[in-house]
Design a binder for this molecule. Structure first.
Ligand code: ZN
Ligand code: ZN
Ligand code: FE
Length: 752
């Protein structure tokens, strides 16, 4: 007997070719009914028998489009049929504050690349897309995901696109950003003499000619502008560094394909899968042959990315370029530029060729950065291709807004039982970045039908995120919870791995304000989502000059040596000057502007300076990264370990000893890593014994250090101790918001 069935499907089901898929499936099954998109998912209505609906659902689950993800589905039945005569796709509808998933941006697919050679109206068309690829999050303004709600609403479909859009057998059936040479967005280019080109093939020729002759090209991409130059050309790279006010921070390089990248880089299977995935992130890979030292001075890895927009493929196809610097179009700490007018003003004057297009970027997204840890991955910068995929939790999160930290800012919102992390935002102390942060909070509220009911922020009173949260709370009387930085780091891991019972958390970090108003950053906590206690920490040492000591690592070298009453080696005296060093010692002794810190990041800074690797950070984490990359892979020894706890007296004595014996810094750096890992292991073993806990979580920015993280994972594995770290949530401060939200969810909704 036939009934009227309603099927409600939740998950990533919009913007991934889901409705067309349902349409075709219904036709195959010879079912009549309809399908429509609403803000809370896809609704299907069918007139059929119970057997038929079961078979239909089974096929949905097994045959759904590659990128689609079904989180949940519900079927309800009405006794009477509603007399559908065929199957149709209905207009999208609004319903309440529920939302469905929004797809991240998807790299152009193989089929589209092929279509560019065959479809007359899309020959060479650089904005080609289909139901399985193209821009998504970067162009969406509101739900449901329909062309009218995206920045493609400006472009009226031509009759050919319109008929493909309506043709159920077409690959672009209901592809919202559908476009062609006749009706879609276009590139325009202006060179430094102001000559305009609008014809794509000749523009492309100009791009490749400019890069090949050593010029810098600004090109508007998917989530913002990019600056490109030849990765083999040292002069161009140095000029780009000067323009971007980016002295040493490594550049990512785009290669035409994986094989070409292999000329310089080692690529494992896991890394290959990441590199080639539809998300197309920057993957940090080991260099076996130096491509160009100016790209990544002192590092053994290079960030590699493969083409993800048609124009990227065209650049390589139409030139003999095999490695192109692919950097974001911004200056210093400013956010990546997305707006055409701003780009005209700021990028056009500095670029030899300025290439723009007329499809607006609504949501700014940088290229994401990932690295592999053994056979797993770890996100370092979560943006294009990943945002706004939610993290599913088991508890209630609705209405919680978590503000994150400061230097590597991001925020998170709670919807139902999900946590949606914002894209990577950047350093809030930059005015434009702080504006970007506030604007993105507003956009998330609208896009995700989100109304804040609870607020969570860091303990630090001077973080701009904290101030904003306090202002919002004062204005709206919404309850605000302030949580300790490292507790939030630890809970971010608990969220991703759905851990509820108490864990032993090792939080190794740059800085976070502690409950004793010292600067923490080397903490072993016992915690759950509700509470934490600090069991042990790295020794408190002086942070001479406060923030200045975080920039000038040599101050920490002096601080540590002074702390352990050890002599300052000649090499450091020579590099810094005796007067300056004595000045720091006096500052410490007289306790002038010298808070105390247990930061592990500062320990790395100290050792890096002591070895003469880096005296001063030109970007966050530089000294530590260089120290990691200096470490020899063959050296497995350690310095003598303290009998108990976290004293580094023997470590520093050992390093001074090695320095005086002219042991190579590669070996010293490696012994330092090995020692730190062993000290951590010994402490953990003692604490597991004392507390009866069984699980370890690892979090904090220091765990971007692959060498240290892999050493620890291996040690815990050998001892059969379960150890967790985040993959989807950055372990640096960009992941803090998720932890804050988790702590907020436990507190506000009174759940474990
Ligand atoms: Zn496609
Ligand atoms: Zn068209
Ligand atoms: Fe942190």
């Amino acid at each position: 007997m036939n009934h009227h069935y309603f099927i409600h499907i939740e998950g990533l089901v919009q913007g991934v070719g889901f409705r067309p898929f349902i349409y075709q499936l219904a036709r195959e099954h010879r079912l009549s009914g309809c399908v429509d998109n609403r803000n809370d998912g896809v609704y299907i209505e069918l007139d059929c028998s119970g057997k038929e609906v079961k078979r239909f659902i089974r096929d949905i689950l097994s045959k759904k489009p590659k990128i689609a993800h079904i989180r949940n589905y519900a079927v309800s039945r009405l006794p009477a049929t509603s007399g559908f005569s065929d199957f149709q796709i209905n207009e999208s509808k609004e319903s309440g504050s529920q939302i469905t998933r929004i797809s991240p941006d998807i790299a152009v697919c193989e089929d589209c690349l092929r279509d560019r050679g065959t479809q007359p109206h899309r020959l060479f068309y650089p904005f080609i897309n289909c139901t399985h690829c193209g821009p998504r999050f970067s162009i969406i303004k509101d739900l449901p995901y329909d062309r009218q709600q995206t920045t493609m609403s400006e472009f009226k479909m031509c009759s050919r696109c319109q008929s493909e859009y309506e043709n159920l057998t077409d690959r672009r059936f209901h592809a919202q950003p559908i476009a062609c040479n006749d009706c879609g967005p276009r590139y325009t280019g202006t060179d430094d003499s102001g000559i305009l080109s609008t014809d794509y093939p000749s523009l492309l020729h100009k791009i490749t000619a400019t890069i090949q002759s050593g010029g810098i090209v600004a090109i508007k991409g998917l989530g913002g502008y990019n600056l490109l130059c030849d990765a083999h050309n040292t002069k161009s790279i140095l000029r780009l560094r000067q323009i971007k006010q980016r002295e040493k921070k490594p550049f990512a390089v785009m290669f035409p394909d994986e094989n070409r990248a292999k000329r310089w880089l080692d690529i494992t299977d896991t890394e290959s899968a990441l590199l080639n995935s539809w998300r197309k992130p920057i993957v940090l890979l080991r260099e076996h042959q130096k491509l160009n030292p100016e790209l990544n001075r002192g590092l053994t890895t290079l960030g590699a990315i493969l083409p993800y927009m048609p124009i990227h493929f065209d650049i390589f196809k139409n030139s003999n370029l095999d490695a192109v610097v692919f950097s974001s179009g911004n200056f210093g700490d400013e956010p990546i530029i997305t707006d055409n007018e701003e780009a005209e003003k700021k990028l056009r004057p500095i670029a030899d060729l300025f290439v723009s297009h007329n499809r607006d970027i609504h949501n700014r997204v940088d290229d994401s950065v990932v690295q592999c840890i053994h056979n797993d991955f770890q996100i370092i910068r979560r943006s294009r291709g990943y945002v706004p995929e939610p993290i599913i939790t088991q508890g209630q999160t609705e209405g919680i807004l978590a503000f994150g930290a400061e230097k590597t800012a991001s925020f998170a919102v709670g919807k139902s039982k999900e946590i949606i992390q914002s894209q990577y935002i950047g350093n809030l102390s930059n005015v434009e970045t702080f504006e970007f942060y506030q604007e993105t909070i507003q956009r998330f509220c609208r896009l995700f039908r989100f109304t804040p009911r609870y607020l969570v922020c860091d303990l630090h009173p001077d973080y701009l995120s904290t101030r904003l949260a306090q202002e919002m709370s004062a204005k709206t009387e919404i309850e605000l919870l302030q949580v300790q930085h490292h507790h939030a780091h630890a809970v971010s891991v608990m969220i991703e791995h759905r851990l509820y019972d108490d864990v032993l958390a090792i939080c190794l970090d740059g800085t976070g304000l502690g409950t004793d108003s010292c600067s923490w950053g080397g903490e072993v906590l016992r915690c759950n989502r509700n509470t934490f206690s600090r069991l042990r920490h790295l020794p408190y040492v002086a942070l001479p000059g406060g923030d200045k000591a975080a920039k000038q690592g040599w101050r920490m070298a002096v601080s540590y040596l002074h702390h352990y009453r050890l002599p300052i080696p000649e090499s450091l005296k020579k590099a810094i000057g005796i007067e300056k060093i004595e000045g720091i010692k006096q500052m410490i002794d007289k306790q002038i502007n010298t808070p105390c810190t247990s930061s592990c990041g500062r320990l790395f800074d100290a050792v890096s300076a002591l070895l003469g690797i880096c005296y001063q950070n030109s970007f966050q984490g530089e000294a530590a990264i260089l120290l990691e990359h200096t470490a020899s892979e063959r050296e497995t020894g350690t310095y003598p370990l303290p009998r108990q706890g976290f004293s580094f007296q023997l470590l520093f004595e050992g390093i001074l000893d090695d320095l005086s014996q002219h042991i190579s810094r590669e070996n010293i750096a490696a012994k330092f890593h090995n020692t730190l890992a062993s000290v951590l292991l010994n402490n953990v073993l003692e604490l597991l014994n004392e507390t009866g806990l069984s699980k370890i979580v690892l979090s904090g920015g220091v765990f971007q250090n692959k060498k240290l993280l892999q050493l620890l994972i291996q040690q815990f594995k050998d001892k059969k101790i379960p150890c967790y770290y985040t993959r989807q949530i950055p372990c640096n401060d960009a992941g803090i918001a998720v932890g804050q939200l988790g702590i907020g969810a436990a507190a506000f909704y009174k759940q474990p």
